[in-house]
Design a protein around this ligand. Structure first.
Ligand code: CAA
Ligand code: FAD
Length: 384
């Protein structure tokens, strides 16, 4: 499949979703975004409203509480929300593309009724737990164990850096049942927060996306019923990888949103700020920055929409999602750094937003597979 067949025409429905997300971001997220960043305050009320608007289970069929939309709609909404608040964006991304998508794709009817419905309708939030203190990029080295006890698994171990760590009610946890089978011995288990032996660790004090809720999670002899395993025995690693392919499209859209948001602020500022008797937008050095920023953002947008279109068309999107995530995250980092430069000293203080965006952009190069991991994924696709 190549770029020629890709239709980037947005339907009426796409435009309506984008406008609704834009209105929500401007009216509900923007007013408190600086305070939430300073005080690392999770946007609880805002996320609740997001659920009411249908933004937490966007790609899930309405029979399971979702909005029944395509991946492109999801990407458009993510972009608008992350133009303003990337912390709210990551909570949305994990719930939609890792937790709900994973359950919808691979869960049983009972699991969907019990867990997907409240997750997709935004009544509760979910978390996706793959990373560990000693297993990040090297994700097959899972140390958390799920011992087979007959009719239940006994789970022990620690997960690290879990988004929605405190605020989630349900966690999808990867754990090793048969170490001798390496990654083919890993299971994915649905674990409820209320279960005995499940402890939430301290909240991480982060550089960016500070309002998002990142915690380690500890499991000591947690009993998980067999019916809470997703897919057949040993499917957990495949589950994590397949789900992350779509997750990477969501993070690519987050990066695109951060870049586009910083760009819009920069254009506005460059027209207003005067130096040497004229708006800085009339100095060619600033014009060239804006031209380059827009070009890179547009290129990233094509890759992100292309990966969403590939997924919607039922094509293989491993490579296009990795390319979108790799490129959009690099663009977000570069564009936000230039945005701070365009704002001069004002760019270095909180009030003008771009310094937060620069801090927020950095995480998009790290989570859901670092830039180096995306290059490995792309290279393997090229050479296979
Ligand atoms: N899609 C589907 N299957 C995949 C896959 C993909 N993208 N990548 C690997 N696999 C499969 C392989 O086909 C293989 O399966 P088989 O044995 O059945 O053939 C299996 O997974 C193991 O793959 P490899 O042999 O390639 O394993 P590896 O150890 O050499 O490398 C890796 C695997 C691609 C590096 C993988 O470990 C990886 O993606 N690491 C990054 C982890 C990551 O992205 N973590 C994100 C955590 S969630 C998060 O971060 C959320 C958030 O912040 C908001
Ligand atoms: P490492 O894997 O130790 O990597 C360190 C460096 O080495 C990186 O630059 C990496 O690219 C490089 N490197 C590693 N291996 C190779 C290689 N083979 N070739 C070249 N370079 C290599 N995880 C979850 O499971 N769920 C979540 O909800 C979640 N949310 C997160 C939220 C935040 C804010 C953060 C910071 C992380 C989150 N993560 C989550 C974890 C995230 O996915 C990992 O941090 C990431 O995958 C990298 O793993 P690591 O931190 O262990 O770094």
């Amino acid at each position: 499949h190549t770029i020629e067949g890709v239709n980037f025409q947005l339907s009426e429905e796409h435009l309506a979703v984008r406008d609704a997300a834009r209105d929500f971001a401007q009216n509900d997220l923007l007013p408190g975004v600086i305070e939430r960043d300073i005080h690392t305050k999770f946007p609880a009320e805002e996320i609740k409203k997001m659920g009411e608007l249908g933004f937490l289970g966007m790609m899930i069929d309405p029979q399971y509480g979702g909005s029944g939309m395509d991946t492109l709609s999801y990407v458009l909404a993510m972009e608008e929300i992350c133009k303003v608040d990337a912390s709210a964006g990551v909570a949305m991304s994990v719930n939609n593309s890792l937790v709900c998508y994973g359950l919808n794709q691979y869960g049983t009817e009972e699991q969907k009724q019990k867990y997907l419905k409240p997750l997709a309708s935004g009544q509760i939030l979910g978390a996706f737990c793959l990373s560990e203190p000693e297993a990040g990029s090297d994700a097959t080295s899972q140390k958390t164990t799920a011992e087979d006890m007959g009719d239940y698994y006994l789970v022990n171990g620690t997960k690290n850096w879990i988004t929605n760590g405190q605020t989630s009610s349900v966690c999808l946890v990867m754990a090793q049942t048969h170490p001798e089978l390496k990654h083919k011995g890993i299971n994915c288990l649905i674990i409820e927060k209320s279960q005995e032996g499940f402890v939430v660790g301290k909240k991480e004090d982060k550089m960016g996306i500070r309002a998002s809720d990142t915690h380690s999670l500890m499991f000591t002899d947690v009993k998980v019923p067999k019916e809470n395993r997703i897919g057949p025995e040993g499917f957990g690693f495949k589950f994590a990888m397949s789900t992350l392919n779509g997750g990477r499209i969501g993070i690519a859209a987050q990066a695109l949103g951060i870049a586009a948001g910083a760009f819009e602020l920069s254009v506005r500022y460059a027209k207003e700020r005067k130096a040497f008797g004229k708006p800085i937008a009339e100095h060619q050095a600033i014009q060239f920055k804006l031209a380059e920023m827009k070009t890179k953002i547009e290129a990233a947008r094509y890759l992100v929409y292309k990966s969403a279109r590939d997924k919607d068309a039922g094509l293989d999107y491993v490579e296009s999602a990795a390319m979108a995530k790799l490129y959009a995250s690099e663009v977000a980092m570069w564009v936000t750094t230039e945005a701070v430069q365009i704002h001069g000293g004002y760019g270095y203080v909180r009030e003008f937003h771009v310094e937060r965006m620069m801090r927020d952009a950095k995480i998009t190069q790290i989570y859901e597979g670092t830039s180096e991991i995306q290059k490995m994924v792309i290279a393997r696709e090229i050479l296979k």
